[in-house]
Design a protein. Sequence first.
Length: 138
Amino acid sequence: MQRTFVMIKPDGVRRGLVGECIRRFEQRGLKIVGLKMLVPSRELAEKHYAVHREKPFYAELVEFITSGAVVAMVLEGPNAIPLVRTMMGALDPLQAQPGTIRGDFTCDKQMNIIHGSDSPETAESEIALWFSPEEIVS
């Protein structure tokens, strides 16, 4: 079993796509072992996107992710990380395939509805950043 961190971003929450995203993950066989809704603090957002700190879009990214509520979750299942990444689709809406979350619901590279960890190391650090051990069901 593998765990991954997934976040439905403020645009996905505002557009009412939380249930649709969760439905797709659960139908695929992934289990939700952590789930919460919050408005991320600036400090949390900066830590989450620290890898992009030197990039020109960093400030805009932090501003966007703190602009409203997000739904943070920990999903568990066989090959959860690559499976979620495939289900999310490409970051660029012009490359996101129909049938993926981004392919079906996005048309903007920044407002792309969803985030998912890209590696086991990233998943571990993002889960620890967003969830305490008590918030995750075994």
